[in-house]
Design a protein around this ligand. Structure first.
Ligand SMILES: [Zn+2]
Length: 407
């Protein structure tokens, strides 16, 4: 891999530079961030027009004849930092264009992290950043960068307020602005930069500060509310991910082509298969599995913007109606009838026409071509507290582990 960097001269001109993999070893000792060098014998070429890190259209390439002379006390002062901050409306203009990787500055107001101790393979940190016009945007860091910022935040005794992220990729998803970290993203907090220090003073003067130790990392990001058309658009346009949303809609129909319940494996909650008188769990590789009846109620839900297919499992339906699926089956007429083929309990049918506030989980299966239904992880009643996702994404408040959408 080549190494890309940004150079800043005494005129505050920023220009990208690169050294390819074959010359990397030769120049490695001179690639020290923050140091000042006098350079000779380099090549100048035009730079790639995509994912640009600076406003320069030129690129410096270090060759075999490039010499570096380290300057400890430059005769001409060199600025110590240079950012390409863009305000909210400029970011909107850059979103999804892939031709600029600008810098982001704002107030960090919430952080949601999936990083565990020890970290697992896949990690994500979502930081909510309040930009210049008081609009909140979401900045996402992945994997090693997510673990790094998570650990930094955990070790800080006072929560940071100012958040600076370099070389971010602005994206529009579902009508909202998101930023993804790139390989070139560096994060600076509070007074670590001059630009950050100046925003920090402004925020302090405004006196709208949170408590100084607000335990930012654990004050989970609020679950965002989307309309149903935004939810449908999200799975078409966003990259595959696990995320919860709140949607309010009216149940316009109970879908009965797959029944209202299924016989699940007592161990893994997946659907069991009948062979003669025994039940097989393919997932547990058990040909004599113990079955439990569980709800699986698929419904169409609509608001004024559109219609979506939602599905609720045992935890959600049992909580709503205060009755487990096997109890409901016992109340139905027709003793000995296969419960999966029995009539639908009236209280399930009666959900049609009701309006609910749903918390739904969007998972990787929602991004596949056949676009599975959205799993309801919770139905919020009046007076319920604001939904707070668990610190580790575990499917929300459904504590029954039955929110798999792959039965
Ligand atoms: Zn099983």
């Amino acid at each position: 891999m080549c190494v890309d960097m940004l150079l800043l001269d005494s005129q505050a001109t920023m220009m990208p530079a690169t050294v390819n993999v074959n010359r990397r070893a030769a120049h490695q000792t001179n690639l020290e961030a923050g140091s000042v060098y006098s350079l000779t014998g380099f090549e100048v070429t035009s730079c790639n027009q995509d994912y640009r890190l600076s406003d320069s259209s030129l690129l410096i390439r270090f060759s075999d004849s490039t010499t570096f002379e380290k300057i400890t006390e430059p005769t001409v002062p060199i600025p110590i930092e240079s950012f390409r901050f863009r305000n909210y409306s400029e970011m909107l203009g850059l979103a999804n264009s892939n031709n600029q990787l600008p810098d982001l500055i704002g107030e960090i107001t919430a952080v949601k992290s999936t990083v565990t101790d020890p970290p697992l393979d896949k990690n994500r940190v979502n930081a909510t950043i309040k930009m210049d016009n008081d609009t909140s945007v979401t900045m996402t860091l992945f994997d090693a960068q997510a673990v790094k910022i998570h650990n930094q935040l955990e070790q800080m005794s006072v929560d940071p307020r100012v958040f600076v992220a370099t070389s971010v990729n602005p994206r529009m998803v579902g009508g909202r602005l998101f930023f993804n970290a790139t390989a070139g993203t560096h994060i600076h907090f509070d007074k670590e930069t001059v630009a950050g220090e100046s925003l920090f003073s402004r925020l302090s003067e405004q006196g709208t500060g949170r408590a100084q130790v607000a335990r930012l990392l654990r004050s989970f990001a609020k679950v965002e509310t989307l309309s149903i058309s935004e939810l449908n658009d999200f799975v078409l346009n966003a990259s595959s991910q696990d995320i919860d949303f709140i949607c309010t809609g009216k149940v316009t129909g109970i879908k009965l082509d797959k029944g209202w319940c299924y016989i699940s494996c007592a161990r893994c909650f997946r659907k069991l298969h009948r062979s003669g008188s025994s039940l097989t769990c393919l997932s547990c590789n058990n040909t004599d599995a113990v079955g439990i009846l569980r709800y699986r109620v698929e419904m169409s839900v609509a608001d004024e913007t559109g219609e979506g297919l939602f599905v609720a499992f045992e935890g959600v339906v049992a909580k709503l109606h205060n009755m487990r699926a096997h109890e409901a089956a016992n109340l139905l007429p027709g003793d000995g009838v296969n419960p999966e083929e029995s009539d639908v309990p009236q209280f399930v049918l009666d959900m049609e026409g009701n309006t609910y506030m749903f918390q739904v989980k969007v998972g990787p299966y929602n991004f596949t071509a056949n676009n599975h239904s959205f799993t309801i992880t919770r139905i919020l009643g009046e007076g319920d507290p604001e939904p707070q996702p668990a610190f580790v994404d575990d499917g929300g408040a459904d504590d029954n582990g039955d929110d798999n959408n792959d039965v």
